[in-house]
Write a protein that binds this ligand. Sequence first.
Ligand SMILES: [Zn+2]
Length: 106
Amino acid sequence: MAIKQKTFREGSTMNKRRARITIQTERLLVISRSSNRVEAWCDCCRAKRSMVAIDEAVVITGLTQRALFRLADAAEIHFTETEVGRTLFCIGSLNQLRTPNDINNR
Ligand SMILES: [Zn+2]
């Protein structure tokens, strides 16, 4: 029995249908600045103040964590420690800082 070989030359482009699907996505990123704030007593201000964790203090001031801890040690910014040892910084004192570059280059 002879084997017939068939070659498909024609119609090959017809079979290759290419579909381009474009998916457009949108992402809304909401950064809530109030999420990490807690109201706590600030001994330096002698008042209840908004306190923020180190991460948010970095965002607010533009300083590095190291710079912030240095300032806290130098009593230039107010901070308190929680029962679990977390350091919280007084927003009032953070807002009174001079421009970040002044302090980072000290
Ligand atoms: Zn304070």
